[in-house]
Design a protein around this ligand. Structure first.
Ligand code: OGA
Ligand code: NI
Length: 375
């Protein structure tokens, strides 16, 4: 960057500098956003203030008449299967999202998972601090804003992360005791439900039911357990800024507070909380595999004066070493008329690129698009 010495550029450099200092100070507390709230502050620090163009606006179109599809999985292994496959295809082609009911995970397991994440976050600060880390090779950790150092504005959110793989290398003793049993129980259920879902999605693409499982799309489960504290100036910041998910498929559990919004036909649509339901959405890698047939749709979470809000995103992926399997548009889904739109990439490389960009930049999937739109 050329430094001209003009007053504007000096001021800009000073403000970037001050921001990184404040960001580091916040990070060094290891106490997350909840630490700020507990210290009694009534104005949010500047590093959390988002540019106004990225915030919800009073003038945003009213979309209360719209909602993401709700799909009932009752009978999925029997006479309802074809009907359910058709509904899923329609949902993933248009919204990229749906809510599912009768998915077979008991409501008590969902409720206990949310309570366990509450317990983790509301235990004494010292107990959480020992998990605080930005080391992406650690399979169990706690942090605030994975993109804290890359993005222009921080989100009002703390996250506990744990990564399960097929051979269970995690070792359950490394999970915090306050939430260990709930995590293991929930993971057992999401794995089973994941098998069902990947079967349905494979069929919705016209492939054999085991196709996506056979190419190891659900080898790892990356759990992002979010805690969104109540925010005293919720109109200035976001819970999670606009993004798409860098995975194949996400199962999302949210509590009763609300705030998740999905971009549909250029309008932000609220995903109304439904007790006992789970949300499913297409990730970037499934959009890539399906050659743009299924859509990885942008979504975000509003900050809220009411809180805390708790949610758990379970990302199905295959990003851990030693896997270096590469993924590109599925051959059976492409033809001369429908040529592959993406380059091959491993899931690990995709995640690395996503993480290096943070949530502020251009859509990461576009980086893997062939020809970059120019033929
Ligand atoms: C995510 C996400 C939404 C939520 O973790 O990628 O979009 O409701 N979470 O927390
Ligand atoms: Ni997401």
């Amino acid at each position: 960057m050329a430094i001209t010495g003009s007053p504007e550029s000096t001021a800009e450099i000073r403000s970037i500098y001050d921001r990184s200092k404040e960001v580091k100070e916040f990070d060094d507390t290891k106490a997350g956003v909840k630490g700020l709230v507990d210290s009694g502050m009534d104005k949010i620090p500047k590093i959390f203030i988002h540019p106004s163009e990225n915030l919800p606006k009073a003038s945003d179109p009213n979309t209360t008449h719209l909602q993401i599809p709700i799909i009932d999985l009752e009978g999925v292994h029997g006479d309802q299967r074809i009907h359910i496959v058709n509904e899923i295809r329609r949902a993933l082609e248009t919204w990229g999202f749906f809510q599912m009911v009768n998915h077979s995970i008991p409501i008590s397991v969902l409720d206990e998972m949310i309570e366990a994440i509450r317990r983790f976050n509301e235990q004494p600060m010292e107990a959480k601090m020992e998990f605080y880390s930005r080391d992406r090779t650690r399979k169990v950790r706690f942090l605030s804003n994975f993109d804290l150092y890359q993005s222009r504005a921080a989100d009002w959110r703390d996250t506990f992360v744990c990564v399960f793989d097929a051979v269970d290398s995690l070792g359950s003793e490394s999970l915090p005791l306050v939430c260990r049993d709930a995590l293991l129980e929930y993971k057992k259920h999401t794995e089973m439900l994941g098998e069902t879902l990947f079967g349905l999605v494979s069929e919705a693409l016209g492939l054999s039911p085991t196709y996506l499982r056979d190419i190891e799309c659900m080898k790892t489960q990356f759990m992002s357990c979010h805690y969104y504290p109540s925010c005293p100036q919720s109109d200035l910041t976001m819970g999670t800024k606009k993004h798409t998910d860098p995975a194949f498929l996400t199962i999302l559990l949210q509590d009763h507070i609300g705030g998740l919004q999905v971009l549909h036909q250029q309008c932000w649509v609220d995903v109304a909380p439904m007790h006992g339901a789970l949300i499913v959405n297409v990730g970037d890698l499934l959009q890539l595999l399906s050659n743009d047939r299924f859509k990885s749709i942008e979504h975000r979470v509003r900050a809220n004066i009411v809180g805390p809000r708790i949610s758990v995103a379970c990302f199905f992926n295959n990003h851990l070493p030693p896997s270096n399997r590469t993924y590109g548009p599925i051959k059976e889904l492409t033809s001369d008329e429908n040529p592959p739109l993406y380059m091959e990439t491993s899931a690990a490389d995709y995640i690395s690129y996503f993480s290096s960009q943070g949530l502020d930049g251009d859509r990461p999937l576009d980086h893997f698009r062939k020809y970059n739109g120019v033929i």
